[in-house]
Design a binder for this molecule. Structure first.
Ligand code: NAI
Length: 283
């Protein structure tokens, strides 16, 4: 994979992690964000994560420096026009993502694959706004990206077998495991996970138990490493709400109705760990 170039769009929680694993696997990475402060936070996050890996003797200091040197941060999309693969990880909003895919389609070389890290939105719809729908695919990394092994690979209606095979190869080159799923709301991961999180929020909303009790039941009783409310904080409550809305709209079934308490938290800016405040408070 030496000398291959990747562009990551969005330097938030997921984008920074994706840039890190690509650079660690010897890709030259262009990390793009609209917001210079977000970009700097993303780079800082990557540095902190790699420094921890050095402290834990998982990588050598030289490797850390080489990895960091392979990442170029930018606020100009044209710096990635020669990328072989683009992975988009911006806000979970279909209209905003469509605008970005339209621009990428015009700017990035025509052989490049355009992947989205969307949690639940339609890959088919993103592909349809480009002139290369056969090269548009979902590459759904899990949070935290450097740690989690799974990449859910989502094939849109027009995604070619060649594109899928290439993404499978790239995913494996990052030390991750690709699992192929078809393009329906929430795919597999969030179609199962999010209704569980939403139900945990309803359980809190209806006063059945405290947040700590709900999380404790799921941790000790179901052997989950983290309770659903804490997990929601780590995912981001805005992202959780977006996904529930996509499921609700996509399937039209009341069982996917987002809990009013989730809506209220998002309106109040309680977005979870990234703002240090969600169901829990963080230092
Ligand atoms: P985030 O809010 O941490 O980061 C999003 C970044 O995108 C921000 O830095 C923002 O400045 C930037 N951005 C927004 N609009 C932009 C645009 N038009 N052009 C360039 N940059 C733009 O969000 P997060 O959590 O990293 O999520 C990103 C994507 O990854 C979403 O689609 C989400 O559904 C998906 N995802 C999130 C997971 C999670 O646990 N948070 C897990 C798996 C997927």
């Amino acid at each position: 994979m030496e000398n291959r170039k990747a562009m990551v769009i969005g330097a938030g929680q997921m984008g920074a992690g994706i840039a890190q694993v690509l650079a660690s696997a010897s890709y030259n990475v262009v990390l793009y964000d609209l917001d210079t402060q977000a970009l700097q936070r993303g780079i800082n996050k990557i540095e902190t994560s790699l420094k921890k890996a050095v402290q834990k003797e998982k990588i050598k200091e030289d490797e850390m420096n080489e990895t960091l040197a392979r990442i170029q941060d930018t606020t100009s999309l044209s710096n990635g026009d020669d990328a072989d693969i683009v992975i988009e990880a911006i806000v979970e909003n279909l209209e905003v993502k469509k605008e970005v895919f339209k621009k990428l389609d015009q700017i990035v070389k025509k052989e490049a694959i355009l992947a989205s890290n969307t949690s639940a939105l339609s890959i088919t719809e993103l592909g349809a706004v480009t002139k290369r729908p056969e090269k548009v695919i979902g590459m759904h990394f899990m949070n935290p990206v450097p740690v989690m092994k799974l990449v859910e690979v989502i094939r849109g209606l027009s995604t070619s077998e060649e594109t899928y095979q290439e993404i499978k190869r790239i995913t494996e080159s990052l030390g991750k495991v690709p699992v192929l799923v078809e393009d329906f709301p929430g795919f597999v991961s969030n179609r199962i996970l999010m209704p569980m999180i939403n139900e945990a929020i309803y359980t809190l909303y209806e006063g059945i138990a405290s947040k700590e009790a709900i999380d404790e039941v799921m941790k000790l009783g179901m052997n989950h490493p983290m309770g659903p409310l804490q997990l929601a904080d780590f995912i981001g409550l805005d992202t959780c709400l977006f996904i529930m809305e996509v499921l609700h709209e996509g399937f039209g079934d009341d069982k996917y109705r987002p809990c009013p308490l989730l809506k209220q938290y998002v309106k109040g800016g309680y977005l979870g760990y990234k703002v240090k405040r969600g169901f829990y408070e963080y230092e």
